[in-house]
Ligand binder design. Structure first.
Ligand code: ZN
Length: 475
């Protein structure tokens, strides 16, 4: 993977000559035609067939699931280190991260009225367990947090609050956040009105009898009540029984609990740049997963995509100017521990992070490239969009947020690129037992690698700076 200095020199001379000879769009971006041609080659060779699927297969066989603090999480860290070393990355290391440790335990639930029905449910991540042996209470249904807010405490006290909002299926994944809001804030909002338990319709789109987990957040000053999500068919029945008019009781059994915090790590692999090795193009994903399923889509796919993209850049005869750094973040799902640790460990060198991009929406095709960069760098993003266009990718705006793991660095002023993926099918499997390799389409995965390898190469090769951006207020 070592670059050849002679070829690098030739390419530099040729590149400089071409830029002078042909001003225009390429010159606006500062990218010479040779760089654009090489990016197109990287795009096409990855799209024709990459190693990402085999990487993902080995991850899901050797280390899955990878929930924070578990042996699977540690196996994932070992997999990341061993894989990037085997693939010839220049520098591979682990940066320690401490993660909270929650155990799901056993989970079960029954609708009791007017007749007994066992349901499929999943405890929300971080939920306390139910009292021994079970929690039994009458159910009160609300659509969402706003409807709960409008109810008098007397209508809620002593009951189990059931959030019924149904997630809408869209390409943008825009239905997720409004539905998942109740997952995060619902238990404490219900407990504040005296509720003893919380149920919700799964924040996913599968109509199969599987339930969707995800983190909940308890407020400090209200009792912590147990909380779980029902599969859609079971939520349908509970709603229908409530609509019959008589009181409906529910019995919930969760043995979830917390253990002591545990060690994990961000795993980092680098392909060193030829000219400005200290400047970094960060390609991120998160290595942890929920404890259900294999974490193949969330976010094994993202890790396979960025590792394979960086590996291909490392094999070029002439490296791009900047370093391409892959970061497999620890524990995104249960508190963003890895992102926070990375932001703290690299607070002094955030200015060296030229730009970042994170893949964290499974293997759905990339359909848009958006950015958050200084306005002078927009011609470079335009050039990237031009190279990505044959993959069916359109140019988005300059208001990208980047992925969840990039938040601390983005807030500190790091520019971001966002390769937005088609989320139409993603929430059928996301955070469920069905998040397995069997749900991943090899060709879609390769389209992602093609987009990432071309975009990362051009970002690392561009002479222009993407920032700095002013730091953002708040977290
Ligand atoms: Zn994720």
């Amino acid at each position: 993977m070592r670059q050849r200095p002679f070829l690098a020199l030739v390419a530099l001379v040729v590149g400089a000559a071409v830029v002078i000879a042909s001003p225009g769009a390429a010159a606006d971006s500062g990218l010479d035609p040779e760089a654009l041609r090489r990016a197109a080659e990287l795009r096409d060779s990855a799209h024709a067939g990459s190693g990402a699927y085999e990487l993902l297969r080995s991850l899901t066989v050797e280390a899955a699931p990878r929930f924070a603090g578990t042996p699977g999480d540690r196996a994932g860290v070992e997999w990341g280190l061993a894989t990037m070393r085997r693939l010839g990355f220049d520098e591979v290391r682990a940066e320690p991260v401490t993660v909270p440790r929650w155990v799901r335990g056993d989970e079960a639930g029954w609708i009791l009225d007017p007749s007994l029905r066992s349901v499929v449910l999943a405890a929300l991540g971080g939920s306390v367990g139910t009292p021994d042996p079970d929690l039994t209470a009458e159910v009160v249904a609300v659509v969402d947090l706003d409807e709960l807010e409008a109810l008098p405490a007397a209508a809620v006290a002593g009951k189990i609050v059931f959030f019924t909002r149904r997630m809408e299926r869209t390409r943008e994944g825009s239905g997720y956040r409004p539905t998942a809001r109740a997952r995060g804030a619902g238990p404490s909002a219900a407990a504040a009105k005296g509720a003893v338990g919380m149920l919700m319709r799964s924040a996913g789109t599968s109509t199969n009898r599987i339930a969707h987990t995800g983190a909940t957040r308890y407020e400090e000053d209200v009792p912590r009540i147990p909380a779980a999500a029902l599969s859609h068919p079971d939520a349908d029945v509970l709603e229908a029984r409530l609509a019959m008019g008589d009181p409906v009781r529910f019995r919930l059994r969760l043995t979830s609990r917390y253990l002591a915090a545990a060690p994990s790590a961000n795993v980092i692999g680098e392909v060193r740049g030829r000219e400005r090795p200290d400047e970094v193009v960060l390609l991120g994903c998160h290595l942890d997963s929920w404890d259900l399923g294999e974490g193949a889509q969330d976010d094994g796919a993202g890790c396979a995509i960025v590792i394979e993209a960086a590996r291909r850049i490392g094999q070029l005869p002439v490296r791009p100017r900047r370093t391409v750094r892959v970061v497999l973040f620890a524990n995104e799902e249960f508190g963003l521990s890895g992102a926070r640790a990375y932001g703290a460990a690299h607070a002094a060198d955030i200015g060296n992070h030229a730009i970042g991009a994170e893949s964290d929406l499974g293997s759905g095709r990339v359909w848009q490239v958006s950015s958050k960069v200084a306005s002078e760098a927009l011609p470079v993003v335009d050039a990237i969009a031009t190279v990505l266009a044959p993959l069916g990718i359109e140019r988005g705006d300059n208001e990208a947020r980047g992925g969840a793991d990039l938040r601390p660095m983005r807030a500190a002023g790091m520019p971001v690129l966002s390769l937005r993926q088609d989320a139409t099918k993603y929430f059928d499997v996301h955070h469920t037992v069905n998040d397995t390799l069997a749900q991943v389409d090899r060709e879609e995965l390769d389209q992602n690698v093609a987009a990432y390898v071309a975009a990362a190469y051009l970002a690392a090769e561009a002479a222009a700076d993407f920032g700095p951006l002013p730091p953002e207020a708040g977290p």
